[in-house]
Design a protein around this ligand. Structure first.
Ligand code: FES
Length: 145
């Protein structure tokens, strides 16, 4: 039996021998099977110099088979896929409200929040893709994957 250990305040506490600890079972069996992870690799693409996209303006860029609309809402930049989630209409050419930071699909009128890509009115109900906007070296860039 192990000797008691003095504790601050005059009391004692019993030392527990290592053999009294329950065996440690780590339940982490590995089957060593091969696993593959399809993590998308992001890419940075350039849009334009910062001073070429003023508040209230928009610009369309292409990346692979995507078209992406980049919008300047009062100095904040947002990028969404230029394809309406309702019926694949060209979203970025719709009416752009800089103050509300929305764009209206020109085909059937769904209003989209440019910050989130979420539709605010029917008939669209599925969000469109958004892309992080980066400003680096006075250039607007997008992170795409
Ligand atoms: S294609 Fe955009 S609302 Fe129908």
């Amino acid at each position: 039996m192990a000797a008691p250990i003095p504790v601050d305040g005059g009391g004692v506490r019993a030392a527990i021998p290592a053999s009294a600890h329950p065996p440690l079972h780590l339940n982490c069996k590995s089957d060593h099977s091969a696993r593959t992870y399809n993590t998308p690799v992001s890419e940075i693409i350039e849009v334009c110099p910062v001073d070429e996209l003023q508040p209230g303006q928009r610009r369309l860029v292409e990346w692979e088979d995507l078209e992406i609309g980049v919008f300047n809402c009062g100095g904040n930049l947002y990028a969404i896929e230029d394809r309406c989630s309702h019926d694949d209409g060209p979203l970025a050419e719709g009416e752009f409200d800089e103050t509300a930071c929305t764009v209206e699909c020109p085909r059937h009128g769904s209003l989209f929040d440019l910050k989130t890509g979420k539709p605010m009115t029917l008939p669209a109900y599925v969000p469109v893709d958004t892309f992080p906007v980066i400003i680096e070296d006075e250039t607007i860039k997008l992170e795409v994957e």
